[in-house]
Ligand binder design. Structure first.
Ligand SMILES: Cc1cc2nc3c(=O)[nH]c(=O)nc-3n(C[C@H](O)[C@H](O)[C@H](O)COP(=O)(O)OP(=O)(O)OC[C@H]3O[C@@H](n4cnc5c(N)ncnc54)[C@H](O)[C@@H]3O)c2cc1C
Length: 474
C-alpha cells in the first residue's frame, strides 16, 4: 500500500491523465482491466500463488495493433511493463506492480501448414493449444511436459520437453517471429530479416519486445509414442540413478528420460499403501518404434520391484497432459535449476538425500537428461548458452501453506547451493529461475555481451526489464 491506503496499481492509474487513459481505452480493441473493475483481482493473478502484484492496467490485446498501443502507453507514461504469455513463470515475471501488463491470453491462434511442416502460433498460446492442432498431422513442436504452460516464455528461454534429445529445444525450432519492439515498431525476426533479433529470441528471454506470433518448424512425433513412467520406492533412488548413469552413456536420442525424486501422490491410480511414501520415478518418452522402446527402457524398468509401472504406448498428446493435475493454479511454488557436467557419486547421494528432506510431500528433485539434438547446436549459434551440459538439476518446492514459505524456499536454495559446490555444476535455466535472484550471467554465459548489443538495438532504454534482464550495451 502506498499513499492514502492505495495499492501500487491505483496510485499508478491516478498518475495517468483522464484524457490519456480514455484515449487508450477507446482505442484498444481488446479488454482493458483497471483496478476498480470486477475482474481486476483475477486478472492480476498468475499461476504461482506466491506472487501478489498490483498492476495499473491489465491489457488483453486482440493483435499487434493493441500491443503497440500498450507498449507506447507504458513508454510515454514512464510505467513498468510486463508481458504475459501463459503466466507460468515461477518468478511471476508476467505481472508487475504499478505498471502495464500486456496479457496475450486472447492471441492464441494456432495454424499448421502440414506441407511446409511449420506452425504459426500466437504469443499467448499454451502447449496444449499447439499439441492439439499439430498432432492432427502427427507433427509437433518440441515444447515442455505440462500442457497448460505458455509457449512464449518457454520458447524464449529455451524450452525442454519430452522429445528434447531427438528434436532439441523449443527455441531451436523457432523459424521466425513477429515482434513489437520498445519503440512500437512491428518487425519480423527471421534468418533473412533482423537475424540478430532471431538469434536473441532463441534463448535470450523476453528482453527484446513482445512476440505476437511464433513460427515453428514441425517434427514427426507420434501420434503414438512410448511413455516411460516407472515408480520405485525412494530407498532405491541411489541404485536407480546409478543404473541411469550407465544407461545414459549410449542412450539413443529418441529417448528422453527425467529421473525424479518425489512422494507418491494420494490418487487412486497408485497403491493406497504407498501414498505419501518417498519414491523415485523414471519419466520419459521414446519417439520411435514402440518395439525398440521396450528394449531401450528395459534396464531402467528392472532396477527393483516397482511400486507401480505405467510405462507403455500412449498418444503423445496424452503423455503431454499426464502431469497437468500436479500443478494447479494458485499453489505456492519455488523452482530453481543448475547444469551438471557429470553424474558423480556425490551428486547421486545429494539427489536422494535432499529429495527425502523436502519439507513438502508435493515437492520433487528432477534431473533432466539433455544432450542429443540440444548439444548438436553450438553454444554461440543461438542465445541459449548451456548446450554442452548433459544434465540439468531442477529442485521444485510445491506447497500450500504460506506459513511454510521459508522452509520450502530454503530447502531449494540450500540444495542448489550444496550442488553448486560440487565440481562441474553451475549456471541456471531461465525457465526455472527461483525469484530471479541469481546473476543473469548464470543463464546467458558468454552470450551475455552479444545479447547486450542486440538489446541496445531493439530496446536501448530497457523497457522490457521485468525478466532475466540483459542491460543494453552502451
Ligand atoms: C507447470 C509447469 C510446467 C513446466 N514445465 C516445463 C518444461 O517441461 N520445460 C520447460 O522448459 N519449462 C517448463 N516450465 C517452465 C516454463 O517454461 C516457464 O515458466 C515459462 O516462462 C512459461 O512461459 P509463459 O509464457 O507461461 O511465461 P509468463 O509467466 O507468461 O512470462 C514469463 C516471461 O516471459 C516473457 N514473455 C512471455 N510471453 C512473451 C511474449 N509473447 N513476448 C515476449 N516475451 C514474453 C516475459 O519476459 C515474461 O516476463 C514449466 C512451468 C510450469 C508452471
Amino acid at each position: 500500500m502506498s499513499k492514502a491506503g492505495l495499492h501500487a496499481g491505483e496510485t499508478a492509474v491516478e498518475g495517468i491523465s483522464a484524457d490519456d487513459l480514455r484515449t487508450f481505452v477507446d482505442d484498444f480493441a481488446g479488454e482493458v482491466v483497471l483496478p476498480d473493475d470486477d475482474g481486476y483481482h483475477e486478472a492480476r493473478q498468475v499461476w504461482n500463488g506466491m506472487i501478489n502484484k498490483y498492476p495499473a492496467i491489465v491489457a488483453r490485446p486482440t493483435g499487434p495493433a493493441d500491443v503497440v498501443r500498450a507498449v507506447e502507453l507504458a513508454r510515454d507514461q514512464g510505467l513498468p511493463l510486463a508481458v504475459r504469455g501463459g503466466g507460468h513463470n515461477v518468478a511471476g515475471s508476467a505481472v508487475c506492480d504499478g505498471g502495464i501488463v500486456v496479457d496475450l491470453a486472447d492471441v492464441n491462434d494456432v495454424r499448421v501448414d502440414p506441407d511446409a511442416r511449420t506452425a504459426r502460433v500466437g504469443g499467448g498460446a499454451t502447449i496444449g493449444d499447439v499439441d492439439r492442432e499439430t498432432q492432427l498431422f502427427g507433427l509437433a513442436v518440441p515444447l515442455g511436459v505440462v500442457s497448460q504452460t505458455g509457449i512464449a516464455g518457454l520458447t524464449l528461454n529455451g524450452g525442454v520437453g519430452h522429445v528434447r534429445r531427438a528434436h532439441g529445444l523449443a527455441c531451436d525450432s523457432l523459424v521466425s517471429a513477429d515482434v513489437v519492439t520498445a519503440d512500437g515498431e512491428v518487425v519480423v525476426a527471421s534468418e533473412d530479416r533482423n537475424p540478430d533479433l532471431l538469434w536473441a529470441l532463441r534463448g535470450g528471454g523476453g528482453n527484446f519486445g513482445v512476440v505476437t506470433s511464433f513460427e515453428y518448424r514441425l517434427h514427426d512425433v507420434g501420434p503414438e509414442v512410448y511413455g516411460l513412467l516407472c515408480f520405485y520406492h525412494g530407498d532405491r533412488s541411489i541404485e536407480a540413478l546409478e543404473r541411469f548413469r550407465e544407461w545414459a552413456v549410449d542412450a539413443p536420442d529418441e529417448a528422453s528420460v527425467l529421473p525424479i525424486y518425489m512422494f507418491v501422490p494420494e490418487l487412486e491410480e497408485y497403491p493406497e499403501e504407498a501414498w505419501g511414501e518417498p519414491a523415485f520415478l523414471f519419466a520419459g518418452c521414446y519417439n520411435g518404434a514402440i518395439e525398440e522402446a521396450e528394449s531401450v527402457f528395459e534396464p531402467l524398468r528392472e532396477v527393483a520391484e516397482p511400486i507401480v509401472d505405467f510405462s507403455g504406448p500412449m498418444p503423445y498428446a496424452a503423455l503431454q497432459r499426464l502431469f497437468d493435475l500436479e500443478f494447479p493454479d494458485g499453489r505456492r511454488y519455488y523452482w530453481k535449476s543448475t547444469y551438471v557436467e557429470e553424474l558423480t557419486d556425490d551428486l547421486v547421494e545429494l539427489f536422494a538425500r535432499r529429495g527425502a528432506e523436502a519439507p513438502s510431500s508435493l515437492s520433487t528433485v528432477d534431473l533432466w537428461h539433455l544432450g542429443g539434438a540440444i548439444a548438436e547446436v553450438d553454444p554461440e549459434e543461438t542465445a541459449f548458452w548451456h548446450r554442452n551440459k548433459p544434465y540439468m538439476l531442477n529442485v521444485e518446492a510445491n506447497w500450500d501453506d504460506p506459513l511454510e514459505d521459508e522452509a520450502n524456499v530454503s530447502w531449494v536454495r540450500e540444495t542448489l547451493a550444496e550442488a553448486r559446490e560440487l565440481p562441474g555444476i553451475d549456471g541456471g535455466y531461465g525457465n526455472f529461475p527461483g525469484l530471479r535472484e541469481d546473476p543473469v550471467r548464470a543463464v546467458f554465459g558468454d552470450n551475455l555481451e552479444r545479447l547486450a548489443d542486440v538489446k541496445a538495438t531493439y530496446d536501448p532504454e530497457n523497457l522490457f526489464s521485468n525478466n532475466q534482464n540483459v542491460e543494453p550495451s552502451r
